[in-house]
Every structure is written in structure tokens, then in C-alpha cells.
Design a protein around this ligand. Structure first.
Ligand code: HEM
Length: 106
């Protein structure tokens, strides 16, 4: 459960993500692949080169931040993305790696 203070911080990031989302996500992948080169084998590097994955993640992070008070809106999207990550074999211990580099990039 998120506290009200956390929600306000998340909401305050939405305008920044709207303006700089793509640049933030490019920075995120750059940092993460430098620290964890083994993850280059996990992601589709063709999607990276075409900027598709950066666009998808930038849109998703912006959508979460701007809908943080709308759990029913978020639930449908989160369910689809959770299924996708489950089928890709993403493991729980990999999430803190993404969290660390995403927050640092923001
Ligand atoms: C905060 C956590 C995360 C968020 C918000 C997130 C978000 C996303 C989104 C929006 C997509 C695109 C989904 C689509 O195509 O419909 C995606 C794809 C993907 N994610 Fe994540 N993700 C997260 C964590 C992770 C972690 C921890 C890993 C593994 C290290 C991972 C690996 C992948 C891979 C391999 C793809 C497919 C990308 C490709 O086509 O190259 N994700 N993610």
C-alpha cells in the first residue's frame, strides 16, 4: 500500500516523464547494460536499436505515474505486462536491478 506522501511524489514525476521520458529511458538502458552486460542477452537488441522498447517503457512509466490514484485503470495494463514478463522468464530478483537504474536515470 502506497502512502499519500509516496503518491504525491509519484504524481510530481509525471510532467517530467511526459517531457523527458524517452531520454530518461535511454539513459536507464545505457546504465543498466553497462552494469549488467549479461542482460543484453535477455532483451531484444533489435527493438533497442529501433527505440521501440524505450518508447514502450517510457509510455508505461508515464502511465503508471499519471494513473497512480486509478487502480482499476492500472490493473488491466499491469496484468498484461505481468503476464508478458512471466512468459519471458523474468525473475523476482531482477526487479531491484531495473528499479535501481530506473530511479537513478529519473
Ligand atoms: C519496474 C519494472 C518493469 C516495468 C515497468 C517493465 C515494463 C515493460 C514494458 C512496458 C515492456 C513492453 C511490453 C510490451 O511489449 O507489451 C517490457 C518488456 C520487456 N521487459 Fe520489462 N519491465 C520491468 C521490469 C523488467 C525486468 C526486471 C526485466 C528483466 C531483467 C524485464 C525484461 C523485459 C523484456 C526482456 C522485455 C521484452 C523487451 C524486448 O522486446 O526486447 N523487465 N517491460
Amino acid at each position: 500500500m502506497l502512502t499519500q506522501q509516496t503518491r504525491e511524489i509519484v504524481k510530481a514525476t509525471a510532467p517530467v516523464l511526459a517531457e523527458h521520458g524517452y531520454a530518461i529511458i535511454r539513459r536507464f538502458y545505457g546504465r543498466m547494460f553497462e552494469a549488467h552486460p549479461e542482460l543484453r542477452n535477455v532483451f531484444n537488441m533489435g527493438h533497442q536499436e529501433r527505440g521501440e522498447q524505450q518508447q514502450a517503457l517510457a509510455r508505461a512509466v508515464y502511465a503508471y505515474a499519471s494513473n497512480i490514484d486509478e487502480p482499476t485503470t492500472l490493473a488491466a495494463v499491469l496484468k498484461r505486462i505481468a503476464h508478458k514478463h512471466g512468459s519471458l522468464g523474468v525473475r523476482p530478483e531482477q526487479y531491484p536491478v531495473v528499479g535501481e537504474h530506473l530511479l537513478a536515470a529519473i
